[in-house]
Design a protein around this ligand. Structure first.
Ligand SMILES: [Zn+2]
Length: 283
């Protein structure tokens, strides 16, 4: 979903359309099939990422739907089988889908976030999943590199909201990394009043039905990653014996993950975002 089809494929489709016998010769798509494929390609290549837009594209998208999406990411251990930036990949992936369907612009993800932390007797600091029940013994998990104090994160998000307001946005949806999601949701009403923006997040009510990033590197997150970026997932890195639980993984067994389940979870959450926006009169 990050790349347009290579020119060779586009050329092939164009040739198929131009061919007088389209739909008759085996292997040559019918005009209708090619047109529908072309529409699909347009839908998957439309630019919605803030950093990729030219000013006229930005003005157009902002005028059509002044909604910003803020992916809350991390650089955090997500098991041996998922990339360290899994949180931002998933939250951004969801938001790109939302922006393509409902309008709006997707901000670059924030890769810094708050999390629980505690010092050890040995003078180390353990963060987040370092001392989860599934990490035995508790230890610094490889690759985690995201933690900032909660107060710093609040200030950083405040600064982003002030800039989004100044740029002309009227609504912001943010979600992603668990502790960042909690911080965002806890402060929604106060920030909404302070910035005069309509703010959306995965509140407790929505959380009951929400299906995106609802575990840690387990079946849900692994399935979402298999749907969004299959080339970045390597299930062979997990212990093959089912009796051995993967380190620093919390939730249902990631060895049961499938891309199809990931797509289903993503679609359910995209629909919930649509409902949130519709209820607020934004669509
Ligand atoms: Zn995660």
């Amino acid at each position: 979903m990050h790349k347009a089809d290579p020119p060779s494929r586009r050329d092939f489709l164009a040739a198929g359309l131009a061919g007088a016998s389209a739909g008759i010769l085996p292997g040559v798509p019918s005009a209708a099939a090619a047109a529908s494929e072309a529409t699909e390609n347009a839908a998957t290549t439309v630019k919605v990422r803030y950093d990729e837009l030219l000013p006229y594209e930005f003005r157009k998208r902002l005028a059509e739907r002044p909604i910003a999406y803020l992916p809350l990411g991390t650089l955090e251990w997500h098991g041996e089988h998922l990339p360290l930036g899994s949180d931002a990949i998933q939250s951004e992936g969801l938001m790109v889908q939302c922006a393509r369907r409902f309008g709006g612009i997707v901000m670059p993800p924030i890769h810094l976030g708050p999390d629980r932390a505690k010092p050890t007797d040995g003078g180390m600091m353990l963060v987040g999943m370092d001392y989860a029940e599934s990490t035995t013994p508790p230890r610094q998990l490889d690759g985690s590199c995201y933690w900032v104090p909660a107060g710093f994160h609040l200030l950083m998000v405040d600064a982003i909201l002030a800039q989004l307001k100044r740029a002309g946005f009227r609504a912001v949806f943010a979600d992603g990394h668990g502790p960042s999601r909690s911080s965002w949701v806890e402060n929604l009403p106060e920030r909404q009043a302070r910035f005069g923006l309509k703010l959306f997040g995965v509140t407790r009510d929505i959380g009951r039905q929400w299906k995106s990033q609802v575990d840690h590197a387990a079946r849900n997150e692994t399935s979402l990653m298999m749907h969004l970026r299959p080339g970045l997932v390597d299930l062979s890195q997990l212990p093959s014996a089912r009796s051995t639980w993967p380190q620093g993984v919390a939730g249902e067994d990631p060895r049961d993950a499938t891309a199809a389940y990931g797509k289903e979870c993503l679609e359910k959450s995209v629909e919930l975002v649509r409902q949130m926006f519709a209820q607020a009169g934004l669509l």
